[in-house]
Design a protein around this ligand. Structure first.
Ligand code: MD3
Ligand code: FE
Length: 216
């Protein structure tokens, strides 16, 4: 096989710079995907997926759970991180080792060495679910990056500017793609368009997204 043919058929991850402070690590998590999905099941046995209420009283279409020292919640009282699952009153499940190591590996590859997340939000999208444009600003230190891992069916990510009114770019995200957001990209508006009907061999009709954060 020639080098050209070899390269064009390679399934090795590749890097796509998105903007100053953000990179997409295409397929970076594929080799770990089945272990990550198994770990999601273990987390969800202890803290089940739930559709939270926004402070305005709407039910989110995305189902969520959390693991690590801090979990992100929303209800009539607002958006916040807390150390216990409001459904059980128990601490959130421990962050699985495979989550921790992938997050650190990806952050390093994206230019942020020494990333030690204390929170992981696990989002589950069924067909029809979406996430409107928002900023992630409930964390204490915006100098810490966020690492996001997509698993399952493909989604169209929206990536805006510093203001909600800045017209967003569209970035397709598929199984195993990892995005590292830091520095000047950390507070940019972002969201996910309505998930289309599709099937993935490991997740069925669902898309999962893990976001690793340093909450405190
Ligand atoms: C850009 N999740 O959970 S991850 C979220 O696919 C969230 O479920 C989306 O936004 C999802 O808060 C998108 C990508 C992402 C995460 C954090 C960011 C993009 C970001 C922070 C700043 C800029
Ligand atoms: Fe977000």
């Amino acid at each position: 096989m020639t080098m050209d043919l070899f390269e064009s058929s390679s399934s090795e991850p590749w890097v796509e710079p998105l903007c100053d402070g953000a990179v997409v690590l295409r397929r970076f998590a594929r080799a770990d995907a089945s272990r990550l999905l198994e770990a999601i099941s273990v987390v969800a046995e202890q803290a089940r997926f739930r559709q939270m209420q926004t402070p305005g009283g709407h039910t989110m279409s995305v189902a969520m759970t959390c693991c690590g020292d801090w979990g992100w919640v929303t209800d009539a009282g607002g958006y916040r991180y807390q150390q216990t699952d409001p459904l059980s009153g128990e601490p959130w499940p421990l962050m699985p080792a495979v989550f921790r190591s992938l997050a650190a590996k990806a952050a390093s590859a994206g230019g942020y060495s020494g990333f030690e997340p204390d929170a992981c939000l696990v989002n589950r999208y069924a067909p029809g679910a979406k996430m409107g444009l928002h900023q992630d600003k409930d964390e204490d230190d915006f100098d810490q990056p966020i690492v996001s891992v997509s698993l399952g069916t493909p989604a169209m990510f929206q990536f805006g500017g510093a203001r909600r009114s800045d017209r967003p770019q569209r970035v397709p995200l598929e199984h195993g793609d990892v995005v590292v957001w830091g520095g000047p990209a950390r507070l940019r508006y972002h969201g996910v368009l309505t998930l289309k009907q599709a099937l993935h061999s490991l997740t069925g009709a669902c898309r999962y997204n893990l976001t690793f954060r340093r909450a405190r």
